[in-house]
Design a protein around this ligand. Structure first.
Ligand code: ADP
Ligand code: ZN
Ligand code: ZN
Length: 803
């Protein structure tokens, strides 16, 4: 018997399964989808069994056996194995990357470096002897002293020691000690009788056990509750009154939280219509995709909840994806409140062990709903009835590392496998999705009103150029300052939002609002700090940083990027009485801090919540009546064709935080470009007009959804090598693709060096290019067999979220 195994070796020229023979003892239990430990070269690596067969082309003297079978129950289902094949084709990744992305990190291999003595007769220096302490192998830690490491290096050279890699296997399952009390009361009484009166403590414990015959209790609880000791209990166990057993338990991150039960709302007409279309398709076992376009607070979540309720009736499962940043307790609680312990939650705030436990509950069918971030789309359910992507436009659904998949595509693939509907929900759908809905590829469902008819907040757009002319150089316009003061007087709460995203800075004139743009493209130039130059990432145009505005000659040139800390200082200066909570990457590093800040704000411990895009979503506090956007321009001038779309989405999302309940909300947006259509349409909450305008622009400049773009990135430690191979790639594409495909670049990437590697990129823009998959496969083959050896790394992204 032979197994085809995909091995865990990164950046290897050959991406195909290797055959291993299956030792006798594994033959009856091994299955496809199990993990194994196999020899590869001169080390042991993790592998996944993808097929079993009775023959192999590998000659007898080259055949190697599987070393260890790590799972009796396969960790990957047949569906997942099929999905990896598709992911590999669809994203051009290594198969091992596709396999690993489906599993919680607890099940991915971790390796350790093992140092072993091979020449046992050799004299070892003292320091090395101390390391081994009489054993003949030890784990080598990276933090050993430099001297010791160089001694070791020499011994390896002299073939006295060898260094090996081994799979670190630590069981991630948590077990606790349980006391299983004898079930037979008479037997317990008998034991009680026989214990001498001197052992009073033991007698007391056994007496208590008589009242708890047959029960199973955590050992630690027994000791605590009876105020007894381990030694006493040990004596009781020896007498046969109880046995000690290890039991697997789940680590539950939500254990200490009380969750209320929520009742379902009776739906509005629009909600009802949307739900019945979804349920109709569900009943037909169709793989249909719905785009649920509903304004903020229109009750999309209630539609999700009731659709899930329908699928639960049939014992089917549901996957709900939400962007990582909106995985606030508020959002997850809404699902827990409705479906209780049937809900598992998966996000980056959980520990490895907690994630593994949630994953096992899903795999074992002990939960029926998972609410999670991007990778939860791979939840190992086997009978899915519904898949939901909330805020479907969010960039976080696209993974930027291999495998470079979009959760939306995986959702649709799985819906076809399970014959179930997908719901894509958003107040501001992505242009791609809305265009597909208009074409009829997705079914469009609309929620145009809020259930209790609350009006959307009034948005005022403040021209910061005017403020400057009137001598106000602070970051608060007079209007925003007044609005803040009013809230402080009335004791209402507010959110101040600093729209800061990405790394790119742009160059802006403080006097006339001009942003330096590329002469050839409708895109702003990016400021490159290393070289003190500005560049266009689309056509490669570049020039020196201007010292004065090209439009009005003013010398008030500014490179944008204001931090939240600076804003916090300014608030303290202008509004000394205001109590501020700041929420950004710096204040939310610790586990649970995110939740803690929101709880404080919810409890009224602060007047102002100040933050980055982290606070744009999911917040639902009744007392927020003001949202202030300090600078709407930051996303607008990113060198990205999606800049206007992202700005519109963010402004709409933050506006949605104000006045969600009885009190009316107000939004103040500060900007240097008040007339920009993204800002104007956001002011009027007008998605459709924004969509139409943006589609015209995309058409004119041939950007998605009118074309497709592919981003190819080349990196190397040497800048000349990087440039050389980037040109090689671009030239090769120019020679092999038809001339309807436009190849842009290569140019240096906007962050031109990361971790000491230089980065170049080129773009392919195309409408129809049947040759593309083949051509890219060939390029990958050249790369893996030749360039890889020279230290070049190449990545191909068929659907980059930004460029
Ligand atoms: P969205 O997800 O579209 O932003 P939510 O689902 O958060 O909107 O709904 C906004 C608010 O309206 C929530 O407090 C929710 O409980 C409430 N709600 C939803 N549907 C109804 C309904 N049919 N009747 C009354 N209230 C509703
Ligand atoms: Zn100017
Ligand atoms: Zn350009």
């Amino acid at each position: 018997m032979f197994a085809e195994v995909i091995v865990d070796v990164a950046a290897y020229p050959i991406d195909r399964p290797f055959d291993y023979s299956v030792p006798e003892m594994f033959q009856t239990i091994i299955e496809s989808g199990s993990r194994v430990k196999v020899p590869f070269g001169n080390r042991q690596v993790l592998g996944f069994v993808t097929a079993l067969k009775s023959d192999t082309d590998v000659p007898l003297d080259k055949q190697k056996p599987i070393g260890e079978l790590l799972d009796i129950e396969p960790v990957l289902t047949e569906e997942m194995l099929a999905m990896t094949k598709w992911l590999k084709r669809h994203t051009l990744c290594y198969e091992i990357d596709a396999l690993q992305v489906m599993l919680p990190s607890a099940l991915r291999a971790k390796y350790e470096k093992i140092l072993r003595i091979v020449d046992s007769n050799a004299e070892l220096p003292q320091s090395v002897q101390a390391l081994f302490q009489g054993k003949d192998s030890v784990e080598l830690k990276a933090d050993e002293s430099k001297e010791l490491l160089s001694t070791i290096k020499k011994l390896i050279k002299d073939q006295i020691l060898v260094l090996e890699t081994a799979i670190k296997q630590k069981t991630a399952v948590k077990k606790v000690r349980m006391v299983q009390i004898e079930a037979d009361v008479n037997r317990l009484k008998e034991i009680h009788e026989n214990v001498s009166n001197q052992a009073k403590k033991q007698k007391d414990v056994i007496k208590w056990m008589i009242d708890h015959a047959g029960e199973r209790i955590i050992l630690a609880d027994v000791i605590k509750n009876l105020q007894t000791s381990n030694a006493v209990l040990q004596g009781v166990l020896e007498k046969g009154a109880a046995t000690l057993e290890l039991e697997e338990v789940y680590r539950d991150p939500y254990a200490d939280r009380t969750i209320d039960v929520s009742k379902k709302h009776s739906l509005t007409d629009e909600q009802h219509l949307a739900l019945s279309e979804i349920i109709h398709s569900y009943d037909q076992h169709e793989a249909a995709t719905f785009l649920l376009h509903g304004i903020t607070g229109s009750g999309k979540t209630e539609v999700y909840l009731q659709a899930i309720e329908r699928s639960l009736k049939d014992q089917k499962e549901a996957i709900v994806l939400v962007p990582e940043i909106s995985l606030t307790p508020q959002m997850t609680n809404r699902f827990k409140e409705r479906f209780g312990s049937l809900v598992a939650v998966l996000h980056s705030g959980l520990s490895t062990g907690e994630k593994y436990d949630e994953w096992r509950k899903i795999k074992r069918g002990e939960v029926k709903v998972v609410v999670g971030a991007r990778s939860a789309i791979f939840a190992p359910f086997q009978n899915i009835g519904l898949i939901i992507l909330d805020e479907e436009h969010e960039g976080t659904y696209k993974q930027d590392d291999s495998p470079r998949y979009h959760a939306r595509d995986v959702a649709i693939w799985r819906s076809e496998y399970h014959h179930c509907p997908v719901i894509l929900g958003s107040a501001t759908p992505s242009l791609e999705s809305y265009a597909r809905a208009k074409k009829g590829n997705y079914s469009l469902l609309t929620l145009s009103k809020r259930p209790r008819e609350q009006a959307l907040p009034e948005v005022s757009v403040i021209d910061m150029r005017e403020q400057l002319k009137n001598g106000n150089r602070s970051m608060f316009s007079l209007e925003l300052a007044d609005a803040i003061r009013l809230r402080l007087e009335k004791g209402e709460q507010m959110v101040l939002f600093l729209n800061r995203r990405g790394h790119s800075s742009f160059v802006l004139c403080r006097d006339c609002g001009t942003v330096v743009e590329c002469p050839n493209c409708d895109i702003s130039m990016t400021y490159h700090r290393h070289q003190e130059r500005i560049k266009c990432h689309y056509c490669g145009e570049e020039s020196q940083v201007p010292n004065s505005c090209p439009q009005c000659s003013s010398e008030h040139i500014r490179f944008f990027g204001t931090g939240t800390q600076k804003v916090e200082e300014e608030i303290a200066r202008f509004f000394p009485t205001a109590r501020v909570l700041r929420m950004d990457v710096d204040t939310t590093r610790k586990k649970g801090s995110h939740e803690h800040i929101l709880k404080q704000f919810g409890d009224g411990k602060a007047d102002i919540l100040l933050g980055t895009q982290m606070i744009a979503k999911g917040l639902d506090f009744p007392n927020i009546t003001l949202v202030g956007v300090l600078s709407a321009d930051t996303t607008l001038h990113l060198a990205d064709f999606r800049a206007a779309e992202k700005t519109f989405q963010l402004l709409t999302q933050v506006s949605g935080r104000a006045g969600r309940h009885d009190k009316k909300g107000e939004v103040v947006v500060q900007t240097y470009t008040p007339d920009h259509y993204a800002i104007q349409f956001a002011k009027y909450h007008d998605f459709i007009s924004f969509y139409n305008q943006e589609m015209m622009n995309r058409k004119q400049f041939a950007y998605p959804p009118f074309t497709f773009v592919v981003l190819i990135q080349i990196t190397h430690e040497d800048v000349l090598m990087t440039a050389e191979y980037a040109h090689k790639a671009a030239n090769w594409l120019r020679e092999n693709l038809s001339n309807t495909a436009e190849i842009i670049g290569p140019t240096a990437s906007s962050i031109s060096r990361v971790q000491n590697r230089y980065r170049y990129q080129c773009l392919i823009k195309y409408k129809k290019e049947p040759m593309l998959p083949d051509v890219l496969q060939q390029l990958i083959r050249i790369y893996r067999t030749d360039w890889l050896k020279k230290g070049i790394l190449m990545s191909i992204d068929l659907n980059p979220s930004s460029i």
